[in-house]
Design a protein around this ligand. Structure first.
Ligand code: FES
Length: 227
């Protein structure tokens, strides 16, 4: 299937194992789901209800950061109407246009380079990967670093009541390098150094807290998870 990955039964089991579900109960649940031939109807691998869309968009605007939906392992952010003409020319966005036209796009948190979780940087207003410095603009388009494409996406639906749901059963492959539908430039200092460019973090204390023991990951542990 072009441009998307389907979370197969094998992938469902693999995801459960990668999450660190080491207990027999978690493994049994994953295998039972696989044996039954169905993904879980909700939660990661299924459809995740994120909440009322307008409320989410208001929160995103007020907080100046995407809304994180843990159950979907994804970020919800506003897609600007001014960028729609450009988005309609990007084949990778063909499945996302429905959401974009309602002002929303959802990014999978996993870096498209080697899989680190990519946090949001408040100062630059971009996503910045702590592992090797890849940077993505507000809607997940790759702007710098070794990531081979933009952040991957999930398709969304908005029901008659205005509630946003995220379909995490399919990963829509991110847009190719060079895609820049919003023209958003960094809005302040970067949080992470870039391994391939002379871009410096705002403060080394952000990347390596002084209280951290030598050799610690260069940011708080929830920024440093692998999937
Ligand atoms: S894993 Fe994100 S830049 Fe390498």
């Amino acid at each position: 299937m072009t441009g998307e990955l389907v979370l197969t039964r094998r992938a469902l089991v693999r995801n459960a194992l990668r999450k660190g579900v080491r207990g027999s109960f978690g493994i049994v649940v994953a295998w039972v789901a696989a044996a039954c031939g169905s993904s879980s109807p909700s939660g990661f691998g299924g459809t995740v209800r994120a909440g009322p869309l307008q409320g989410l968009l208001s929160e995103i605007d007020r907080e100046r950061q995407p809304a994180y939906v843990p159950g979907a392992r994804a970020y919800v952010t506003r897609y600007p109407a001014s960028a729609l003409p450009a988005a309609r020319t990007v084949p990778a966005y063909s499945q996302l246009l429905g959401g974009m036209e309602q002002g929303v796009v959802v990014m999978y948190q996993r870096c498209t380079h080697l899989g680190c979780r990519v946090p949001w940087c408040m100062s630059s207003q971009w996503f910045e990967c702590p592992c090797h410095g890849s940077k993505f603009n507000r809607v997940g388009e790759q702007r710098h670093g070794p990531a081979p494409r933009g952040l991957d996406h999930f398709v969304v639906q908005v029901d008659d009541g205005g509630v946003l749901s995220i379909d995490t059963s399919r990963v829509v492959i991110g847009a190719p390098i060079g895609t820049d539908t919003t023209g958003q430039t960094p809005e302040g200092p970067f949080c992470e150094a870039d391994a391939t460019l002379d871009l410096h973090p705002r403060s080394l204390s952000l990347a390596q807290p002084a209280s951290s023991p030598p050799g610690s990951p260069p940011s708080s542990s929830w920024w440093w998870s692998w999937w």
